[in-house]
Write a protein that binds this ligand. Sequence first.
Ligand code: CMP
Length: 140
Amino acid sequence: MAATRTFSIIKPDATRRNLTGAVTKMLEEAGLRVVASKRIRMTREQAEGFYGVHRERPFFNDLVAFMTSGPVVVQVLEGDNAVQRNRDVMGATNPAQAAEGTIRKAYAESIEANSVHGSDSDENARIEIDFFFREEEIVG
Ligand code: CMP
């Protein structure tokens, strides 16, 4: 199968606990390659835009506050079936339901502070990658 790309965020709960390397190691061991990466402090505008589909959800304001509360690491990951591969290694959104061996089982603190984000489809992966990266910043 041809390599595809997905978009990942290492969230503020993970950067605060110095887990950037530990999370990235699990991504790499799952067969994903980091082809772009930068540590940023998301602005409120960026967080609101990125999570725009959740605007009407009751947790939206808390989610934006959390995602802007500390540094995040945004990444482009490449691998066979990258979107699903990343979702498999992340585990369920709610860490209480995450399987053994997944990033969220190992590190997530709560459904909000759940250590990582990953795109849910190839189409959203393209949109999310374009939101944070220029093509020349991605080096495969
Ligand atoms: P993420 O994949 O980044 O996309 C939306 C995020 O909203 C999700 O991960 C969760 O961390 C966060 N979130 C906070 N509360 C909830 C909730 N009750 N249900 C679903 N997602 C939630």
